[in-house]
Design a protein around this ligand. Structure first.
Ligand code: BTN
Length: 257
C-alpha cells in the first residue's frame, strides 16, 4: 500500500511543479504536496488553473510506477474515481466523470486532474497526479460561469448549507486514501478491469454525442463507455472507435459535458 507523506504550503507556484522538483531530488513515491494558493497552477492543454486562497484544493502526488508506460494514462481515470468516491463518501454529493478525468455535477466542472509523466529510456521515472477541486468557491470569472461549480454551490443547490470549514484538508486526505486503495488494485493488473463498471456507471458522456478533437480532423459519435485500458469507445455510423486517454480531448455537443 502507498505510504502517504503529506506536506502543506500556504503558497506555491504549482503543486505539480513542487513534486517534480522533489522527484528530481530523489523523493519517494507517496509524497503529497498541497497548497492553499498556487501562483502558477497549470491545467490540461497548457491552460492555467486558478486556485483562489482558501477556496479550493490544489494537491499533487508522486508515484514511481513500475508498470509499462502504455498503462499509465489510466492513472488519470483512477484519480477521477478516487475523487468521486471521496466526495460522495464524505458529503453525500453525487458527481459524474467527464472522460477522462473531470468531475462534474449538473453539467458543470468541480474538479480537474493533470497527470504528468517523466520518461527515462522509455520507462516511467515518475508520475505526478495533480488534482484541483473547487470547494468553497462562491463565484467564478464570467467566462466560467456556465462551466464551473463548487461543492459549496452544489450543497446549496441540494438545499443544504456550506461544507465544514475544514473540508479542504479532510477531502484532500480522503481523496488520496481512496486513490491508494484503487492504485493497489490497478498496479496488480495495469488495467481498469476491476473498476470499469463503476467508472462507466458515473460516466457523464455515456450515450451522449461527443466531438473528438482529433488534430487531423475532429469527428463525432456517441460515447458508449470505456474499455479496460481506459479508452473511450465512440460509436459512429460506420464503426466503434477507441479514443485513447491522453491523446485527444472530447467535447460534448450540448454544453460542457
Ligand atoms: C484541468 O482540468 O485542466 C486540470 C487542472 C489540474 C489542476 C491541479 S491543481 C493541483 C495541481 N497543480 C497544478 O499546477 N495543476 C494541478
Amino acid at each position: 500500500m502507498l505510504a502517504l507523506d503529506y506536506q502543506y504550503f500556504e503558497t506555491i507556484d504549482s503543486t505539480n511543479n513542487e513534486i517534480k522538483r522533489r522527484a528530481a531530488q530523489g523523493a519517494e513515491e507517496g509524497l503529497v504536496v498541497s497548497a492553499g494558493m498556487q501562483s502558477a497552477g497549470r491545467g490540461r492543454s497548457g491552460h492555467d488553473w486558478k486556485s483562489p486562497v482558501g477556496e479550493s484544493i490544489a494537491t499533487s502526488l508522486l508515484l514511481r510506477p513500475t508498470l509499462p508506460v502504455e498503462c499509465l494514462s489510466s492513472l488519470t481515470l483512477v484519480a477521477a474515481l478516487a475523487v468521486r468516491r471521496a466526495i460522495y463518501g464524505l458529503y453525500d454529493i453525487d458527481t459524474e466523470i467527464k472522460w477522462p478525468n473531470d468531475i462534474v455535477r449538473n453539467g458543470k466542472k468541480i474538479c480537474g486532474i493533470l497527470t504528468e509523466l517523466s520518461l527515462e529510456q522509455q520507462k516511467a521515472e515518475y508520475v505526478v497526479v495533480g488534482i484541483g477541486v473547487n470547494v468553497h468557491n462562491r463565484n467564478f470569472p464570467e467566462e466560467l460561469l456556465d462551466k464551473a461549480t463548487s461543492l459549496d454551490m452544489e450543497s446549496h443547490q441540494m438545499g443544504r448549507g456550506d461544507l465544514p470549514p475544514e473540508s479542504c484538508q479532510e477531502l484532500t486526505r480522503r481523496i488520496w486514501e481512496e486513490f491508494a486503495l484503487l492504485y493497489e488494485v490497478f498496479s496488480m493488473t495495469g488495467d481498469l478491469s476491476v473498476v470499469m463498471e463503476e467508472y462507466n456507471r458515473f460516466l457523464a458522456n455515456r450515450n451522449r454525442q461527443v466531438r473528438v478533437m482529433d488534430p487531423k480532423e475532429p469527428w463525432e459519435g456517441i460515447a458508449r463507455g470505456i474499455d479496460e485500458s481506459g479508452a473511450l469507445l465512440v460509436e459512429t455510423k460506420e464503426d466503434l472507435r477507441r479514443v485513447d486517454a491522453g491523446e485527444v480531448s472530447v467535447r460534448g455537443i450540448y454544453g460542457y459535458v
